[in-house]
Ligand binder design. Structure first.
Ligand code: RIB
Ligand code: CA
Length: 310
């Protein structure tokens, strides 16, 4: 079967980098474009990291287009304390030699989806500002996208605040536009991604992956969180890419999701109602992850990538 075509909108970011590595390495996906947004770190760094990853991993022909530096209406926030000043933890990839594509990410998303209606999946693993701008400019992308899948939100507890997950909390207005666009959002939130822990045996396998392990995976993961036999950092964004490779990894349930934009303590909360009460769902929400099969997939793809770049 032909690989699934995807656009990845991202804010690399440690787990974004692991997600991009997984997407690049999988024969079941074809990255047709990467767009960047300010989020974990500022737009200059998220874009620079995407450019470095493109050359380090070896897909120089895939366009990288920068987008929004910050939220639609709010003061930008970042997670540099979590991802490091430059966004990839202790990893220091070689400088990129190729520039980003001219233009804005939102226009790249619109034109790419317009040219291939029904063929391309839009994946967002950062704040949804670029997606919202694309929807505002051309609402029909909600029809043209084969699927819209995100890493974002939570129907239990947040990580940016007790109520809100970072990608949504960084731009709640953008997320409200995305969830209200008429498509059905595939929402993989913290409820799923917090199960994807890079524990000791996972990192041990990464250490055996040559340059990929030494220069990217291990310095990223070890910065991202404490690694012990039973604990480790959750590589959130990779869950959404793994789902696109193998949807059977994730259990999805229909829901009506509304994004809180006004709450003093709950801004950015994805208020998730699984009781449809006759309403049409606007989201399919991830409720569980097959963890062992997730790591089998991720690590085997990483080993393939490692062989290619050594
Ligand atoms: O809450 C996790 C999400 O926020 C991930 O996308 C991570 O990269 C950060 O952007
Ligand atoms: Ca991210």
């Amino acid at each position: 079967m032909a690989p699934k075509k995807i656009i990845i909108d991202c804010d690399p970011g440690i787990d974004d980098a692991l997600a991009i590595t997984l997407a690049h390495g999988s024969p079941d996906l074809e990255i047709v474009g990467i767009t960047t947004v300010g989020g974990n770190v500022n737009l200059a760094y998220t874009t620079g990291n995407a450019l470095r990853l493109r050359e380090f991993l070896g897909f120089p022909g895939v366009p990288v287009t920068a987008g929004s530096a910050g939220a639609l209406l709010r003061v930008p926030v970042d997670a540099a304390d979590v991802h490091g000043q430059y966004g990839l933890g202790e990893a220091r990839l070689p400088e990129a030699t190729l520039p980003p594509r001219d233009g804005h990410a939102a226009d790249f998303i619109i034109e790419t989806l317009r040219a291939a209606p029904g063929e391309i999946t839009l994946v967002a693993i950062g704040p949804l500002t670029n997606v919202a701008l694309a929807l505002l400019k051309e609402p029909r992308i909600a029809e043209w996208a084969r699927e819209f899948a995100i890493l974002g939100g939570s129907y239990t507890r947040g990580n940016f605040s007790p109520a809100a997950e970072f990608n949504i909390a960084a731009d709640p207005e953008a997320a409200a536009i995305a969830f209200g666009a008429g498509w059905t959002v595939t929402m993989l939130g913290l409820d799923v991604s917090r199960q994807a822990l890079a524990v000791g045996k996972v990192v041990d396998r990464m250490r055996a992956m040559g340059r990929l392990g030494a220069d990217l995976l291990v310095p990223c993961v070890e910065f991202y969180g404490m690694v012990t036999a039973d604990e480790g950092p959750a590589i959130h964004d990779a869950c959404t890419i793994a789902y696109l490779i193998d949807p059977s990894l994730v259990t999805l349930e229909p829901a009506v999701v509304q994004v809180e934009t006004a709450g003093r303590f709950t801004s950015g909360m994805t208020v998730t109602d699984f009781d449809l009460a006759g309403r049409v769902p606007n989201a399919m929400v991830g409720t569980s992850l097959n963890v062992s099969r997730f790591w089998d997939l991720v690590l085997s793809v990483y080993e393939d990538v490692a062989r290619r770049i050594d």
